[in-house]
Design a protein around this ligand. Structure first.
Ligand SMILES: Cc1ncc(COP(=O)(O)O)c(C=O)c1O
Length: 381
């Protein structure tokens, strides 16, 4: 059994090894959000009167954590909304091309295809081998960028394959051809110390606070600068419409925005309890140990996943034939949870199945030892 520290409210009868999908909210952050909800219910009129100013303060705290100016940072409900905001605001030229990779998050790829279709543009999906080095990834983009490229949508940390992509260099090359760049940094805040800085001159960057930063779900940031930023509008038109970016994002109709107001508490909590740099080092070390343990248990060859690995989310290849498509991956993930009590992520990419391991501050080596003990039996059943 895992014994998550008392800072979290995770069920101790379950081993939680899939932080990357939905995060986990520390107890103190839940308490802050609960208190905010209670305050909202004592006087909804006063609450909503003061809300834009409070959202502005929360936005400034998130921007400080991301090491970017608050004037460049808008809050959005999730990375999907941030990507949809950019795709919905940009005027893609008819006949133009949008570049994606075959590691893109499925929902982002579908949204990009829809935006391209609306504009009469086309999407080109670049194949990046799993074992590609940073130089090789950049070379794939270099070979594909051309006059027709209007937009590049690229992950900073990929979801199914847990790669760390060299997005600054990709952005530099894309700009040289006149293309705009949207970096999907859904997993980057918290896992990387300076995620927006590492995205270089990208025009748009989107990242979730509700994954590695442990903010309440429904909290993400959209960072944009320059003239393009003023062309961005929230998905919900509301009373902020006359305001400039990013203030127009501070008002997005009537909803529960307590997640945004509580998010700075999660940033403070990890700093005061662990220190962010120490937290990152601990998560990365644990992810490495976990990957080695599970690779040994499954007799897996890690060579193909040795290229650009994400710091605290690691892949272990599954035996050939397992989780070869999304449906098979989901059903295997459910079976592992039911049979071992371990919540994992089973991903599929290019017809191959992978165990994607996450390591967060509530995890210990014994969590992965338990999975290593029981997983071979499930896979061989
Ligand atoms: C790379 C990537 N992009 C986008 C998303 C979507 O995030 P959300 O569901 O918070 O919108 C995810 C979610 O895991 C992701 O991994």
């Amino acid at each position: 059994m895992t014994t998550p520290s008392s800072h979290w409210t995770l069920d101790p009868s379950v081993v939680h090894l899939n932080h990357g999908s939905f995060g986990a909210v520390p107890r103190t952050v839940q308490e802050v959000q609960r208190a905010l909800r209670e305050e909202m219910e004592t006087n909804p009129d006063a609450w909503f009167r003061e809300l834009p100013e409070r959202v502005g303060r929360a936005r400034a705290a998130v921007a400080r954590f991301l090491r970017v100016p608050a004037e460049h940072t808008a809050l959005v409900p999730n990375a999907s909304a941030g990507v949809s905001t950019v795709l919905g605001s940009l005027a893609l030229p008819p006949g133009g091309e949008v570049l994606l990779t075959d590691h893109a998050y499925g929902a982002v790829a579908m949204g990009t295809a829809r935006a391209a279709e609306r504009a009469g543009a086309r999407v080109r999906t670049l194949h990046i081998p799993l074992e590609a080095t940073a130089e090789e990834i950049v070379a794939v983009f270099e070979g594909a960028l051309g006059e027709a490229t209007a937009l590049v949508v690229v992950d900073q940390i990929t979801s199914a394959t847990a790669r760390l992509f060299p997005v600054a260099e990709i952005a530099r090359l894309a700009h040289a051809t006149g293309a705009r760049v949207l970096v999907d940094g859904a997993h980057a805040p918290g896992m990387l110390a300076d995620p927006v800085g590492l995205a270089g001159a990208a025009d748009f960057w989107v990242g979730n606070l509700h994954k590695w930063c442990c903010a309440p779900r429904g909290t993400a940031a959209l960072v944009a600068r320059g003239a393009d930023a003023q062309g961005l509008w929230p998905l919900t038109d509301s009373w902020g419409t006359p305001d400039p970016f990013p203030r127009r994002f501070d008002v997005q109709g009537t909803s529960d925005f307590t997640a945004w107001l509580a998010a700075p508490r999660s940033l403070e909590f990890i700093e005061e309890t662990y220190g962010w740099d120490a937290a990152r080092a601990r998560m990365t070390k644990l992810a490495e140990v976990a990957q080695g343990l599970l690779a040994d248990a499954l007799g897996a060859d890690l060579t193909p996943v040795g290229g650009c690995e994400a710091p605290s989310m690691r892949l272990v290849p599954l035996p050939a034939g397992l989780a070869a498509d999304q449906e098979a991956a989901h059903s295997l993930q459910h079976r592992i949870a039911a049979d071992t009590g371990c919540e994992t992520a089973i991903t599929t990419w290019d017809g191959r199945g992978f165990l994607r391991l996450s390591a967060h501050l509530y995890n210990t080596v014994s969590d992965y030892e338990r999975l290593a003990e029981h997983l071979p039996g499930v896979l061989n059943a």
